[in-house]
Design a protein around this ligand. Structure first.
Ligand code: COA
Length: 431
């Protein structure tokens, strides 16, 4: 039976040399991490995390670099900035295998995450996610959960009995939110291009980032959409409330929205609270391409930082600099394409503003002849399907390098098209 302890006592459980694993994103133990730097005098501690949502001192403050090593499956903005300190390393992964593969290498001394208060049967709900959390809880030598009454009680594969938890800490902070931004003009154009290729009855996945969320706005007039997604966002809730999502036509888990984690607004959290229409299942299952493919007409929609003329997508790094993570991009894109009638979309603005060598911000094409040296390929040229910008859709599935170059140049920003054509000739893709 779990024992209630104070945060002070929980911090005393951390020992020199311990390896901690954190819940992902809003499932992390916020109160614990806000004070973890206080254990620095014990020596050195290692932490595995995934998309941490706050700039915790142990993570970002240079004063603690010798006391904390951080390995991360997905960088957040704060980790990105702290990356230069030399104590932070990215763990290459497909999200559905992140926990499984890490456990072949690491046995967590402590799992630290959050959950709802126990129900009358003694079960807490892991609430906002089970990407890898439940298997880490099962594997960890000590399990500490922050019990937060503000968390929604979700259903699916998120229940853990208090007998399987070592320590509970009572907390009462607001649940971290991701704002639901209004789409801009470019988002709307991209959303409409994709909406033209999405049919009533399709099952959809929307990835992390501004564009996939904006695409939801363009799908409001659809009917009988289904949801099988890694990340459940506010956009899905709005589509459901607008009557665009019914989940009735799904061939896997009909009637249910399936996700591995949720991140959005308070309205989303109220919506998923005790809602049998939403199932939060194990990320190892949800994101397995062979599971995804069991949804007929599965459509995946993700975004990227750079696409080269061969169709390689560098979605997680700018050159060798780790920006975010592979997450479920490859899982969902390949899974969708294996599905009967399935399709995958990589949507991006045609340009980005970047700093040049003199430090001025200049506009650059995100469709490039070759990726920046050292860039990591998130979605390979063999797995890319549709690429979409505000200028249209390039269908790359089954195409040759010359067909790809032509199609991608046609959706690049007009002011970069001539330059791209010249480069495509130089590379031997075009005559
Ligand atoms: N070169 C240099 N900088 C670039 C760039 C490029 N080609 N493309 C974008 N940027 C800059 C932008 O200008 C922006 O800079 P700013 O923060 O100074 O404004 C920054 O990078 C972020 O770009 P943006 O497009 O706004 O990012 P986003 O928050 O929408 O996230 C990804 C986009 C690609 C990073 C994110 O979707 C991702 O990590 N994807 C991989 C994982 C994934 O797809 N998972 C799917 C399953 S959940």
């Amino acid at each position: 039976m779990a024992q209630k302890i104070t945060l002070d006592d929980a911090l005393k459980l951390v020992k020199n040399g311990d390896h901690l694993v954190a819940g992902m994103a809003a499932s992390e133990g916020r109160a614990f991490f806000e004070r973890l730097h206080e254990v620095a005098p014990i020596g050195h501690v290692t932490i595995d995390n995934c998309l941490p949502l706050k700039n915790y001192p142990f993570m970002v403050d240079e004063a603690y670099v010798n006391h904390f090593t951080i390995h991360s499956w997905f960088f957040s903005g704060d980790l990105r900035k702290a990356y230069t300190h030399g104590n932070i390393a990215y763990i290459p992964n497909h999200l559905h295998l992140a926990g499984v593969k890490r456990l072949s290498h690491v046995t967590p001394d402590i799992y630290i995450g959050n959950a709802t208060p126990p129900d009358k049967h003694g079960y807490v709900s892991l609430s906002l996610g089970n990407v890898y959390e439940k298997r880490m809880i099962e594997a960890a030598k000590t399990v500490i959960l922050e019990i937060n009454p503000n968390l929604p009680r979700t259903l699916g594969d998120v229940e853990v009995h208090v007998d399987d938890i070592d320590y509970l800490i009572d907390v009462d902070y607001p649940v971290p939110e991701l704002p639901d931004l209004e789409p801009n003009e470019k988002d709307l154009k991209i959303g409409n291009h994709i909406a033209d290729l999405i049919h009533d009855g399709d099952t959809i996945q929307l990835g992390i980032g501004g564009i996939p969320n904006a695409v939801a706005h363009a799908l409001m007039d659809k009917k009988d959409l289904g949801v099988h997604t890694e990340m459940l966002t506010t956009g899905f809730m709005k589509l459901y409330q607008a009557g665009a999502i019914s989940n009735k036509k799904k061939t896997l888990h009909p009637g249910k929205m399936v996700a591995a984690f949720a991140l959005g607004t308070k309205e989303l959290y109220d919506f998923i609270d005790d809602n049998p229409a939403v199932m939060i299942l194990d990320g190892h299952y949800v994101n397995d391409p062979y599971v995804i493919a069991q949804n007929d007409h599965q459509v995946s929609i993700n975004t990227t930082l750079q696409v080269d003329l061969a169709g390689q997508c560098a979605s997680e790094s700018i050159g060798p600099r780790q920006f975010s993570g592979t997450g479920g991009q490859s899982d969902t894109a390949t899974g969708a394409q294996k599905a009967k009638g399935g399709r995958s979309f990589i949507a991006l603005y045609s340009t980005a503003m970047v700093k040049n060598e003199s430090g001025d911000r200049v506009e650059t094409s995100k469709i490039v002849p070759t990726l920046l040296p050292g860039a990591f390929v998130t979605l390979s040229r063999n797995d890319v399907d549709h690429v979409v910008t505000e200028y249209g859709v390039a269908e790359l599935r089954g195409t040759s390098l010359s067909e790809r170059a032509e199609r991608l140049i046609a959706i690049a920003h007009p002011k970069f098209r001539d330059e791209l054509k010249e480069e495509a000739k130089r590379l031997g893709y075009l005559r």
